[in-house]
Design a protein around this ligand. Structure first.
Ligand code: HEC
Ligand code: HEC
Ligand code: HEC
Ligand code: HEC
Length: 411
């Protein structure tokens, strides 16, 4: 679609001078065009609606709203700063602003690995194409600070030659393969959800040793989807347990904790909409009156007519009331689970203070880990109260039960 305006001879010379160009070309054709403005000329409607994702710039500080979170995440970055999501246009800025990513002073410092850019920018597929996936996942976050310039855009979801929906991150295809899903079996309708699943999914950073072209041994932190046992919270927990994987050691209870990312796709799979073939795009990117796909991805509450009313014949206010009731049920169970979890951490801290032994605590800390995983899994997948209300409430109930079991055992 982009006509390169470089004379053929110059191109030929460039290829001769920089053999890397040829490598990049072999990997994926033309260089990834990460600047969405460049796509505007050919697709003004999609571009103009995409541009509106900057309309939701509201920062909601979740730690101020739920102070229990500071206990639940004690010793982990999320206890420093955690805000509700806003529009795609802000993904990079939110990542740079959050206290979790620190303030690196050069390319080698900073608390976070390069992997933390992965769901923020179409410059990620561009760098993976330029440097190779392993190099991209090696080193500190600041290494690519000067490359990450564009907010989530066209090149995150589309092949620029054919405009087909495309999985632009190689680890997504690997995750699907691990789950036993073959590329040839993926329908176009499923792609309308999978482009979102590239980022709205659970993942962890897998330490991977590799050797670069010059023979230097390196360690990459590779974004990996934990889908090989299945897509549920329990199946992923089994996988993490089998690796004895932990994201951090809790500062108060010393429990080996898991931090859920945002398993939005996985939890939505258990809901009635997904199971009836309704895709993420059906609600979040409905067709406009003029026949093109609305690229202003936002809460469907702002656009019930175009989204829900394609299929439902209730009124807007009925649907709004239904969504509100679902949210209230989730909030109710979420707060009960959070309170019990926070108490369990504090009481475990007290037990250590009173001289409890490692052997006495081991099983109890496992219960706390498992309880918090279920709570986090269900609420970190934003929108789950609506996408899959039954599964969300089941996980919160399970979390509450396990946290209370831990508290009784502590007594
Ligand atoms: C988050 C993923 C995502 C991003 C980002 C995205 N698109 Fe799309 N795009 C879609 C989906 C989903 C469809 C519907 C495709 C289908 O059902 O076949 C679509 C459809 C299209 C189509 C086909 C015509 C239509 O309107 O249905 C064009 C053209 C298009 N997008 C252009 C763009 C451009 C230009 C950008 C950047 C400004 C962009 N897209 C950004 C997901 C995305
Ligand atoms: C390249 C990664 C990426 C892709 C692809 C992606 N998202 Fe997102 N999405 C994010 C990030 C990151 C945020 C949070 C942005 C912030 O808070 O700064 C977000 C936020 C959102 C929000 C909240 C917006 C708001 O205004 O509150 C919705 C809704 C959403 N995404 C839906 C989708 C849907 C539906 C798709 C697929 C059509 C999709 N996303 C594809 C990364 C992605
Ligand atoms: C049947 C319609 C529907 C489908 C299908 C759907 N969503 Fe949603 N989504 C909603 C509604 C309704 C909300 C709640 C909006 C609110 O509370 O403002 C929501 C909320 C969200 C949010 C949180 C937005 C925020 O600001 O907190 C994200 C992110 C999201 N959805 C992503 C997805 C992804 C990814 C998929 C596919 C796996 C998907 N949605 C499928 C209707 C849908
Ligand atoms: C593409 C079609 C489609 C769209 C768009 C859609 N729905 Fe649905 N919805 C369905 C289907 C199909 C079912 C399942 C009906 C059944 O099995 O009886 C369903 C079921 C429901 C249910 C009952 C199940 C539950 O989870 O409680 C509610 C409530 C609902 N939808 C609300 C909404 C809202 C709100 C929106 C917009 C944000 C929306 N739907 C968008 C097709 C759609």
């Amino acid at each position: 679609m982009f006509k390169l305006k470089i004379p053929l001879l110059t191109l030929l010379l460039m290829t001769l001078m920089f053999p890397v160009c040829a490598v990049a070309a072999d990997k994926g054709g033309a260089a990834v065009e990460s600047r969405s403005e460049k796509w505007k000329e050919d697709y003004p409607d999609q571009y103009n609606s995409w541009f509106k994702t900057r309309s939701n710039d509201k920062i909601d500080d979740m730690l101020a709203e739920y102070p229990q979170l500071a206990v639940l995440w004690a010793g982990y970055g999320f206890a420093k700063d955690y805000n509700a999501p806003r529009g795609h246009a802000y993904a990079l800025q939110s990542n740079i602003n959050t206290l979790r990513t620190g303030a690196p002073v050069d390319q080698k410092t900073g608390p976070m690995p390069t992997a933390c850019w992965t769901c923020k920018s179409p410059d990620v597929p561009r760098m993976i194409q330029e440097d190779g996936e392993m190099e991209y996942f090696t080193g500190k976050w600041a290494k690519y600070g000067d490359e990450m310039a564009n907010a989530i855009g066209c090149a995150d979801c589309h092949n620029q030659e054919t405009m087909e929906l495309t999985l632009t991150r190689p680890f997504v295809a690997r995750g699907l393969e691990a789950a036993g899903i073959k590329k040839k079996d993926i329908t176009q309708n499923e792609m309308r959800s999978l482009v979102c699943a590239q980022c709205h999914s659970e993942y962890y950073f897998k330490k991977t040793e590799w050797t670069d072209d010059k023979g230097t041994k390196k360690t990459a932190a590779v974004v990996t989807f934990p889908w090989e046992n299945g897509f549920t919270a329990e199946e992923m927990e089994r996988l993490y347990d089998s690796y004895e994987f932990k994201d951090w050691t809790h500062k108060i209870s010393k429990a080996p904790m898991l931090k859920a990312q945002h398993p939005g796709y996985e939890i939505a799979k258990t809901g009635v909409h997904y199971q009836r073939g309704v895709s993420c795009a059906d609600c979040h990117m409905p067709a406009t009156k003029d026949g093109y796909t609305d690229h202003h991805i936002v809460s469907p509450l702002e656009n019930i007519k175009a989204s829900c009313l394609q299929c439902h014949d209730e009124t807007e206010s009925q649907l709004k009331a239904t969504i509100k009731a679902k949210k209230q049920r989730k909030e109710h169970m979420m707060v009960l689970a959070m309170d019990s979890l926070a108490k369990a951490h504090l009481e475990a801290g007290k037990a250590w203070e009173l001289g409890a032994t490692e052997a006495e605590m081991k099983e109890i800390l496992g219960m706390i880990r498992s309880a918090q995983w279920r709570w986090d899994y269900s609420i970190a997948s934003h929108g789950s109260f609506f996408h899959a209300p039954g599964e969300t409430l089941r996980l919160l109930g399970d979390s509450l039960g396990k946290a209370q079991d831990a508290r009784i055992a502590l007594v």
